[in-house]
Design a protein around this ligand. Structure first.
Ligand SMILES: Cc1cc2nc3c(=O)[nH]c(=O)nc-3n(C[C@H](O)[C@H](O)[C@H](O)COP(=O)(O)O)c2cc1C
Length: 389
């Protein structure tokens, strides 16, 4: 591909270069994928107010997320198995984020371990925790994140069990992939990916293998993770984890105003309004649709971030203008990584930054922190989750 100008360009390249099993893992929603589609479709329903004859020199996209300076309020979301999309994927994405000046979040289910990413980067990153039944393992994981200098714990609340994604079951998703005939036939066309994987030792879940009891080979690992997510996670346990961590806490996966108020009560530093990119409760509303009711319930006393469905800088602008202080991107950076490694993640960030900056200017704004509802034309009823829009 000659010139890359959009996230969609990276998506097309990623599709050609990544093994089918991992492409499907990324590009799926749960069940009918209605929520996955709505996440994108609802952003498109919001329109922008064009303003003219406004001085648009000296623009700034700089802001803060949980008190940390960011070049633009766009963090890389935790994405499991990033190191299967491209060899050493988590390290490459973390380096790209660091150079760009945006936060990187490492997933519990990463291929590169916390220690490995810390050794290969020079700024603190955020660590995302899935709460497992094995309390001792969780305690040690939190300790490892603290020792590695992670500056925030992102506690994911919307995955106490796995939303069913049909393609993953049909493909027999595993890390590393099992070499069945269809997988071998697919890998034969993905030589770039294969060469990278042959050259790295990082092919298993680095935070887990060697750290959790009874986990040796990959097969038992898949069984272990499927069984290990804690279905009994509740607000009492969240409070204990907050105290155990003792640092900045972001609660991710909140989609309802009542849950947001609970998060505020336990003193979260920020919440992420998210439906896990449409991968968990299919049939739930998009994040952008639920954002207004959540902001209203919180009354400006808790920082609110948003993810799910962001594919452009214009989407970022819409989320900010609707009232979020920050955003996360998941698939948008994975497309870049799978297409071109670290340079692809940088490209994804550049594309989003340019779109955000230019759109901001054409809306008559010079400072990303000054964006607001006055920049948008929002369909009637959009703020009301029960209205048909
Ligand atoms: C392939 C994939 C793996 C993911 N793994 C995790 C994970 O390990 N932990 C987590 O909290 N969220 C995970 N998520 C959800 C993302 O953090 C984020 O909420 C979502 O991708 C946002 O939607 P978007 O992809 O439309 O930007 C994953 C998402 C994808 C696409």
């Amino acid at each position: 591909m000659a010139v890359i100008t959009t996230i969609d360009d990276l998506h097309r390249l990623y599709r050609r270069r990544a093994p089918r099993m991992f492409y499907d893992y990324c590009e799926s929603g749960s069940w009918t994928e209605q929520t996955f589609r709505d996440n994108i479709g609802d952003f498109q329903k919001i329109r922008l107010r064009q303003r003219v004859a406004v001085d648009m020199s000296n623009r700034s996209t700089a802001s803060t997320m949980i008190g940390e300076r960011v070049a633009m309020p766009v963090a890389l979301a935790p994405v499991g198995m990033t190191g299967m999309q491209h060899a050493d994927g988590e390290i490459l994405a973390a380096r790209a984020a660091e150079a760009f000046g945006v936060p990187f979040t490492l997933s519990t289910m990463s291929i590169c371990s916390i220690e490995d990413v810390a050794a290969q980067t020079s700024k603190p990153f955020w660590f995302q925790l899935y709460v497992m039944k094995d309390e001792d393992f969780v305690r040690r994981l939190i300790g490892r994140a603290r020792d590695a200098g992670c500056s925030a714990l992102v506690l994911t609340l919307d995955l106490q069990l796995l939303g069913q994604r049909h393609k993953d079951l049909k493909n027999g998703l595993s890390a590393p992939p099992k070499l069945t005939l269809p997988v071998i036939a697919d890998l034969a066309t993905k030589w770039r990916w294969g060469l990278g994987m042959l050259a790295t030792k990082r092919r298993k879940f680095g935070n887990i293998v060697g750290h959790a009891q009874g986990v040796g080979d990959p097969a038992s690992l898949m069984a272990w993770t499927a069984e290990q997510f804690d279905p009994q996670l509740d607000w009492g346990k969240i409070e204990k984890l907050r105290d155990l961590w003792g640092g900045k806490l972001i609660l991710k996966g909140i989609l309802d105003a009542e849950d947001a108020v609970m998060a505020q009560k336990i003193g979260a530093d920020a919440i992420v309004v998210s439906n896990h990119g449409g991968r968990q409760l299919d049939g739930a509303h998009s994040s952008i649709r639920m954002l207004p009711s959540i902001l209203e319930a919180l009354g400006g006393r808790t920082e609110v971030h948003l993810d799910s469905g962001i594919r452009s800088g214009q989407d970022v602008l819409k989320a900010l203008a609707m009232g979020a202080q920050g955003t996360f991107i998941g698939r948008a950076f994975v497309y870049g990584l799978g297409a071109m490694g670290q340079a692809g993640v940088t490209k994804a960030l550049q594309v989003i930054h340019t779109e955000l900056d230019k759109t901001m200017a054409l809306c008559g704004e010079r400072d990303v922190t000054a964006l607001g509802r006055h920049n948008l034309i929002v369909p009637q009823g959009f703020d009301d989750p029960t209205a048909v829009v």
